[in-house]
Design a protein around this ligand. Structure first.
Ligand SMILES: [Zn+2]
Length: 390
């Protein structure tokens, strides 16, 4: 009965939320066309996400929120939810000197890994990665036909939660399905949007008006249809339902590890999180080096050994350059090891005249990140127990 109901909901969603129902921003005259060489495995469109959701057999699908534009925000769950034996919220449990009062994590329970798909709608690389991850969870293969059965096994050793796209409104409005070889300024024009006079808001100026309403020509894919940037929401009283849904999953599930997927012009990198305890920043640093090494071994874009951030306390001066953003909020609501991953768009500029990635590279960058995340948490999980194990 539940399945029939879910099927009806899905059909209704496909009919009403099909690609044509909402106005997509058109590429303006003079701007380059969408890439015509996008391979079939590089799936990131709202319709492609919906198709993938419709094909799920072993995972559980939940519509966690409906965006202001009327689009469903899906979460997909693999593996049974453990009984966390929760007596308190995370904040109170830590105040009682033991996070186990919030969530008990012993060696026989499964680690929880949470993938927060792009909340910036033009950062399509993470969506393509997560659609392939769902396909791997279902079939053991990615959409190129490449075998990832070892990764499938790791997914099964954990409770794995996947939000393939955190901002379907932004994705829907984005007229480009890839930025490989396109100018970075085109990516920022449609990503962060434009003023009424047509000039780009750019980064970080696009954060100076929030919600992004009023002086808006093109509403950037950064934002949902209400002009909210989920990465810089009001976490004590979120403006976006998408933000609320993401935080609620963290609160209920107590993920051991959480990634928020993003993209930029540069080489791929795990960023240092802000306003997390130093021991947690050190863990993220450890993972960041492992991921970078994995890229190096696989001849993918990576950073030299002598350039890498090192864990440090937060800003000592005002105004601070770091903010309490979605990553910080995810940690403080659940204790999760949360971080931002920046993939490469493959866009080009004077600084970077050649794309640093191909479509294949992007998918490998995504899947190797996920694989390293599972390796890390299966090897170095923090156990939270009310008493010492016997
Ligand atoms: Zn982003």
């Amino acid at each position: 009965m539940v399945y029939v109901f879910r099927l009806i909901l899905l059909l209704v969603a496909i009919i009403f939320f099909s690609e044509e129902s909402f106005a997509q921003i058109k590429i303006e005259a003079g701007d380059p066309p969408n890439n015509s060489d996008i391979p079939a495995f590089f799936k990131s469109k709202v319709s492609e996400i919906q198709n993938e959701i419709g094909n799920i057999r072993s995972g559980e699908v939940e519509t966690t929120a409906v965006s202001p534009g009327g689009l469903p925000v899906y979460a997909v769950y693999y593996g049974e939810k453990e009984d966390l034996k929760s007596h308190a919220n995370y904040n109170s449990a830590v105040a009682a000197r033991n996070p186990a009062f919030y969530a008990q994590k012993d060696s026989i329970s499964k680690p929880v890994v949470f993938f927060v798909g792009p909340v910036h709608g033009h950062e399509v690389e993470g969506m393509a990665g997560l659609i392939n991850l769902i396909h791997i969870a279902e079939t053991g293969k990615d959409y190129r036909g490449k075998d990832w059965s070892a990764l499938k096994k790791k997914i099964e050793q954990c409770r794995t939660i996947i939000i393939p796209c955190g901002n379907p409104d932004g994705r829907k409005r984005c007229p480009y399905d890839s930025f490989i070889g396109l100018p970075t300024k085109i990516m920022t024009k449609y990503g962060q949007g434009t003023h009424k006079d047509g000039t780009s808001w750019g980064w970080p100026h696009a954060k100076s008006l929030h919600p992004m309403k009023g002086d808006v020509g093109i509403l950037g894919a950064y934002f949902n249809d209400n002009g909210i940037n989920i990465m810089q929401d009001e976490y004590f009283n979120p403006m976006a339902k998408e933000t609320k849904a993401i935080l609620e999953i963290a609160r209920k599930e107590a993920p051991d590890l959480t990634v928020s997927l993003h993209s930029h012009e540069n080489r791929p990198v795990v960023l240092q999180p802000a306003y997390l305890p130093l021991f947690m920043k050190e863990r993220v640093y450890d993972l960041a080096l492992r991921v970078n090494n994995r890229y190096k071994k696989n001849n993918l874009a990576h950073w030299p050994d002598n350039w890498f951030w090192s864990p440090e306390p937060d800003d000592k001066k005002f105004p601070p350059s770091k903010t309490f953003n979605l990553i910080s909020a995810l940690h403080h609501i659940s204790g999760t090891m949360a971080f931002t991953f920046e993939c490469s768009h493959g866009s080009v500029s004077e600084n970077s005249p050649e794309p640093v990635v191909t479509y294949d590279n992007i998918l490998d960058i995504q899947l190797l990140l996920y694989d390293e995340m599972f390796n890390y948490i299966l090897e170095k999980r923090l156990l939270w127990q009310k008493s010492a194990p016997d």
